[in-house]
Structure formats: C-alpha cells, structure tokens
Design a protein around this ligand. Structure first.
Ligand code: ADP
Ligand code: MG
Length: 363
C-alpha cells in the first residue's frame, strides 16, 4: 500500500467515525490518534517527496553524461533532460549527416533555427574577444587529424598550411531577418567546443521548469550545479587531474553555476610516441601547445564557459590571465600548467581546495 493510500484510508476512517457521531471517550481517543498518525504520514510523505532522488545516465555527444535531480518531480525532470540531450545531439552533431550543422556544412546556405543562430552569435562573440583562439570554422583541420571519425593521422605541414586558410569565423554570414546562414564553399563549422555547455544550460532550464531546486548535471566533465545540495550546503565538484585520470587536482564548492574543463588529456591519439589532442590552435593548425594542460571556467552561462575553456587553453597562462582581468565580473578560472602548478582567480579562492598541488591566486 502506498503512503498516499494509507493517508486516504486514515482520513476516511476519521470521517466515518465522525459520521456515526461516536463521540464517547474511547472513540474521541481513537479519533485523536488517527489524526496524529495522519499528520505524521503526511509529514513523512512530504519529506520523502522533497528528498526523492532520480539519476539518469546516457552516452551522448561522444561522452558519458549523468543527471542527478532531487525533488518530488525529479523523475519527470530527469527523463525530460535525457530527451533534451538527445534532441540537441541530433541537432548539433557535426558527424550526424542529418543534423542542422551537417546541413550547413553540406549546402553552405541554409535557414537555421533560433538555437543555432544563438550558438553562432555566442561563438562569434567569444571568437572576437579571444582574437580568434576560439573559432568554430576549425572543422576542416579537425577532420584532417581524424577527430570525429576516429581515423587518426598526422597531416603534414603543407596540408596544414592549406587547411588553416579555411579557418576564419568572420566569413560566416547570418541574415537575421531571413534566418539564413551562409558560409563559403571551403568553410565548415564544428560546435564541439560549445555544444555541451549549451546543453547544460538547456537541461538546467528544464530543471527549473519542473521546480527542481537541487540537481547536479555532469555532461562529461562539463558540470552544472542547479541550486545547492539538499541540506543547503554547496555542491562539491571534483576537478580532474590532467596528469592522472584516477586523481583530482582539487575540489571546488559551488552553487548554481557551471564548472567546465578543457584539457588535452580528454581526447587524444598517439603516434610514434607522441600525443596529439583535440584542441586545435587555429593559428598553427596543430594541437594547442600553450603550456597549459587544463583550464576550468566557472561561469553561470554554460555556453560561454565551454567556449572560453577551449579558447583559454589555446591562449596559454599569460594571455588567459590578461583576458580574465578584463572580464573578471563574468567568470572565474582554474589553470594548471605543464609544471603541475595551479592558478586560481580570486573570485573562487575560498571555494577551491587542492590536496596535492601548489596553488597561486590570480588577482
Ligand atoms: P571537450 O569537448 O572535451 O569538453 P572542449 O570543450 O575544449 O573539450 O572542446 C574541444 C572540441 O572543440 C574539439 O573536439 C573540437 O570539436 C572543438 N575545437 C577544437 N579546437 C577548437 C577551436 N580552436 N575553436 C573552437 N572549437 C574547437
Ligand atoms: Mg569547450
């Protein structure tokens, strides 16, 4: 029998007793007892509903994703979140031949959805502010390296020189009135550096729609914390160590924000003893070699955090710090350089703890 059925039964018994006007001493005691039990059951039911936890996981966008939501509506919210992830994967994946992005790359001039238009405009914004370190027209270079298809190879310098001529976000044209996006024949787009951040924003919106006050969304290392933990304390997000996948570089405590990490250790291949990773410097066409081995961006806006983590990883420590000083109201960051030294911006200094590494505060 469910809690709700027990509650209803108790209530019915009270009403029946009242109906028969059995108000002698014995029955009034039974009545009181029934009322107390009913209140206790209602309280227990409410408590259990608020604390109800639902977990869902899925392999999507080439990574393992996990949703944990709390609240009486958490099952519905988590199921809807999984649907949303699938919808966005179908829409944004470069590798799916019928996705909106694949259609853009194939036909070069196409009417696009408001969501794609939003992502194009966000990408352009970050591209401009990072002097092109983030550039969604990187796709021809990505493909030449075999990222996406998994057929890895090391393109020679002549090929790379030709390919980087095709990388230039300023050649993307968007006619807002007609919703029409146009790119030159040789240009191709890849949302791989921004799609998961956007997805985390959309999933967080779903949590809000379902009244979820506490959830943690882990989209393959792209974490979005919704509200706080049930007991009101901050979520503790473990930031992976780029040196050892079984270890963490530190723990960050957050409420209601995104924690998004880019690192060369996430996706790479090895050839002749050398590692080649998937974050490409548009200036060289090579896997970025800036001296940073991990960049974590902390920002309410997951879309921005995702694009920024990729860009700052390419820009390197000095330029990333310079960038942060100009935009410090927008985000915080945790950098790790190849000497395994950590740099943390002052906004999150009190919320970050590292057991194993030395930490310097960026002011
Ligand atoms: P992850 O996808 O592992 O979370 P990132 O967010 O850093 O890591 O994104 C890496 C992806 O971004 C690559 O797989 C590729 O699709 C895309 N990408 C690589 N280099 C660039 C770049 N310079 N600008 C924009 N996107 C890039
Ligand atoms: Mg990114």
């Amino acid at each position: 029998m469910t809690l709700l059925q027990i509650m209803l039964k108790s209530l019915t018994e009270i009403i029946e007793l009242n109906g028969k006007r059995l108000m002698n001493f014995k029955n009034s005691r039974i009545l009181k007892l029934a009322a107390v039990i009913t209140v206790m059951i209602i309280a227990a039911y409410c408590f259990l509903s608020i604390n109800k936890c639902t977990q869902r996981s899925i392999f999507a966008m080439d990574t393992y994703m996990e949703i944990t939501a709390y609240g009486w509506n958490s099952k519905k919210a988590a199921d809807k979140a999984i649907d949303e992830i699938c919808r966005l994967e179908d829409m944004l994946s470069t590798e799916k031949t019928d996705s909106e992005i694949a259609r853009i790359n194939q036909t070069k001039s196409v009417n696009i959805s408001d969501e794609t238009a939003y992502l194009i405009s966000k990408s352009n914004e970050i591209s401009k502010s990072t002097q092109g370190a983030f550039d969604i027209t990187i796709y021809p270079v990505m493909r030449a390296w075999g990222f996406g298809s998994g057929e890895y190879r090391v393109p020679d310098s002549v090929e790379i020189k030709e390919l980087i001529k095709r990388v230039d976000y300023t050649r993307i044209e968007y006619d807002e009135a007609a919703h029409k996006l146009s790119i030159p024949d040789e240009v191709e787009i890849d949302f791989g550096g921004i799609a998961k951040g956007y997805t985390s924003d959309k999933v967080a919106e779903i949590m809000q729609q379902y009244g979820i006050k506490s959830a943690i969304l882990n989209l393959g290392g792209n974490v979005k914390a919704v509200g706080s933990k049930l007991d009101g304390s901050k979520w503790k997000v473990a930031v992976k160590s780029p040196c050892d996948s079984a270890q963490y570089m530190g723990i960050l405590s957050v409420n209601d924000t995104c924690v998004i990490t880019s690192g060369g250790y996430e996706r790479f291949f090895e050839k002749n003893g050398k590692k080649y990773h998937h974050i490409i410097d548009p200036d060289t066409g090579l896997p970025a070699d800036s001296g940073l081995i991990s960049v974590t961006v902390v920002c309410n806006d997951g879309t921005k955090a995702d694009a920024l983590s990729t860009a700052l990883f390419i820009m390197g420590n000095e330029k990333a710090q310079e960038y942060w000083r100009k935009h410090k109201t927008e985000f915080d960051m945790i950098l790790m350089d190849s000497n395994e030294h950590i740099y943390v911006t002052e906004g999150i200094e009190d919320d970050f703890e590292s057991q194993y590494y030395s930490v310097e505060i960026i002011k």
